[in-house]
Ligand binder design. Structure first.
Ligand SMILES: [Zn+2]
Ligand SMILES: [Zn+2]
Length: 589
């Protein structure tokens, strides 16, 4: 049954999951019995020629114990980039399949990690089912039926695969558990990682949450002893974690005497790699050519007609584009406010960076990976395969280049504008910046040759940048958790955002005030109600946005107050057309 149907039938993701697991218990009786001997030892014998490291062997042994016990056992596998987490997942999957049960392997986005899908296919062949957004409705239905009928021992998929009707489930793996794409941001809202834990609890399975940079939520659970923490502190490759050099762009400006995109240090690093026939990655997490257009005469910034967001110039398409609603318009010759022709195209996006690199390094084979170049089926896979074959010297792009890729010949990673990652006023901004920096730094030096990372920033003092440069996750987490506790943010509080949208700002604000009054009337001392206030993105897709934050000591209290408020609003007939409730939001923008 397709996911959408399943959700409609049962109303809510959590309820859907309960139904699914209950049905599994019945289904497992009718599915044909396992074809293989139930010997874990056999499965854990070396497969590929890969001998596990001492650390890996220790982790495998811990997981194997729980697999044999057939109980709910949640693990956090915290392994630095390049420490061989994937091999752990694959061995655990093989062990569970050998014992006659089945495994679910969740990843953030399959399209961005085609090499993993290939590796899985070569290892599991026919008994692997793949669920991802690239499938047509028909293909999805066929895979779903194959899974339900017990013909797939291993299911690899993105977040919605957490609902796959797998009979005899024995193991759930959530790789890159910190990744925001596990959260579905439209109705029905759910977090695939959290549902994986719930499903594991209901179905009594082992659940492995893996990451080099665990989310604060998961790390705190491990620290409190609710998840068992397993660590892979070192890399498999001989080279170890790459040293990170921080280039302060304020000083660079002083010394060079003008604004530059590439520091002298990063440019020299790239030249050195070209001479040695090694590869480089360069991250800039903003696509387009210029990130804003400003009138030098009247100071007006060109914004989207529907959103309070500056328009980005896309030079290749000769259009201005809004990155929120995707509206486009021709590049104006003059300021729409005052008619002046003195327009300034400011800020650097990946398109401009591509030009800068090609000009500075003529002869280098430079390719760009971002949402603009990734359009079209298979384009990401083709490009990544070319990088793998050594046909690309420098791959630049947005966060898409940071996702789990394993290119042994990449020995330099450059980060342009690391501080731009911190720009948004959101309680998770530091965590996100730390994660992205650590992930992209982790692409360097994965083979036997030592790698290096060069990070450019104007605001180089932020703790997220400092700790990422030191590869110090535990230090970062300690600092970040202290801040979260002091500010009463998740994971120390349960948080909900109540967002009122409307074409007319005053009306949205009045409605939000009504809701806030009701909330405050019902809230005891343990509940904190903040706002209403205009959201940081005040207008999106034509709607004004006014929001209220509700913080409660736990999720149960939070759900209770939200439910009571909705009932009360119903009684006083306050008609709220456009109220969006987001529990455990990924951001408050
Ligand atoms: Zn103007
Ligand atoms: Zn827009």
């Amino acid at each position: 049954m397709p996911v959408a149907d399943l959700l409609h039938l049962s109303g809510a993701p959590r309820a859907a999951l309960r139904g699914l697991v209950a049905r599994d218990r019945v289904a497992i009786e009718t599915v044909e019995s396992p074809r293989r001997p139930a010997s874990l030892e056999m499965a854990l014998e070396p497969l590929e020629t890969v001998t596990p490291t001492e650390d890996q062997a220790r982790v495998i042994e811990a997981i194997q114990g729980s697999l044999e016990a057939r109980v709910f056992a949640p693990f956090l596998l915290h392994g630095v980039t390049g420490s061989g987490k994937t091999e752990i997942y694959l061995r655990a999957i093989e062990a569970v399949v050998a014992s006659g049960r089945r495994a679910l392997y969740l990843v953030p986005e399959i399209g961005l990690t085609p090499l993993l899908a290939r590796r899985m296919r070569s290892r599991f062949g026919e008994v692997l089912a793949l669920l991802h957004s690239g499938l047509t409705e028909g293909e999805r239905y066929d895979e779903w039926r194959r899974i339900r009928d017990g013909k797939a021992d291993v299911v690899l998929g993105a977040r919605s695969a957490v609902f796959a009707p797998i009979p005899g489930l024995g193991l759930i793996v959530v790789d890159e558990e910190h990744d925001a794409s596990f959260k579905q941001e439209e109705h029905p809202r759910y977090n695939g990682r959290d549902l994986a834990i719930l499903r594991g609890k209901l179905a009594k399975t082992v659940v492995i949450l893996g990451s080099a940079t665990p989310s604060m939520e998961t790390f705190l659970q491990a620290r409190r002893g609710r998840y068992r923490l397993l660590s892979l502190p070192g890399r498999i490759g001989r080279a170890g974690l790459p040293p990170v050099e921080l280039v302060d762009m304020r000083r660079e400006f002083e010394e060079v005497g003008r604004e530059t995109v590439l520091s002298r240090r990063l440019l020299a690093g790239l030249e050195e790699r070209l001479r040695r026939s090694e590869q480089s990655l360069v991250l800039l997490n903003r696509r387009g050519f210029s990130t804003f257009v400003l009138c030098r005469t009247c100071g007006e910034q060109i914004q989207c007609r529907h959103c309070s967001i500056p328009m980005t110039l896309h030079l290749r398409r000769r259009r201005l584009n809004c990155h929120y609603c995707d509206d486009t318009r021709p590049v104006p010759a003059a300021c729409p406010a005052c008619g002046s022709e003195h327009l300034h195209f400011g800020g650097t996006g990946t398109e401009r960076l591509e030009d800068v690199l090609k000009t500075a390094l003529p002869g280098a084979r430079v390719e760009r990976l971002d949402r603009d170049t990734a359009r079209g089926r298979g384009s990401v896979e083709r490009l990544l395969t070319r990088v793998e074959r050594g046909e690309v010297d420098i791959l630049l792009g947005t966060q898409m280049i940071a996702k789990g890729h394993d290119f042994p010949n990449v020995t330099l990673v450059g980060v342009v504008a690391a501080d731009a990652l911190l720009g948004l006023p959101d309680f998770r901004a530091g965590e996100r910046a730390f994660q992205l920096l650590s992930q992209v730094a982790g692409r360097s030096g994965r083979g036997d040759r030592a790698g290096e990372v060069i990070v450019q920033a104007y605001y180089a003092d932020h703790h997220a940048i400092r700790y990422a440069c030191d590869h110090d996750y535990v230090g970062f987490a300690a600092r970040e958790l202290t801040y979260r506790r002091a500010m009463n943010y998740p994971p120390y509080a349960a948080l909900a955002v109540l967002l009122v949208k409307g074409r007319v700002f005053e009306r949205a604000r009045e409605e939000a005030e009504g809701i806030a009054r009701t909330l405050r009337g019902l809230a005891g001392r343990r509940i904190q109600v903040l706002g209403p206030a205009p959201a940081p993105f005040e207008r999106l897709r034509g709607d004004y946005r006014v929001q209220i934050l509700v913080k409660a000591p736990n999720r149960k209290d939070l759900q209770a107050i939200v439910a009571d408020t909705l009932q009360a609003l119903d009684r006083i007939k306050l008609n709220v057309q456009n109220l969006v409730i987001d529990i455990d939001p990924m951001s408050t923008l």
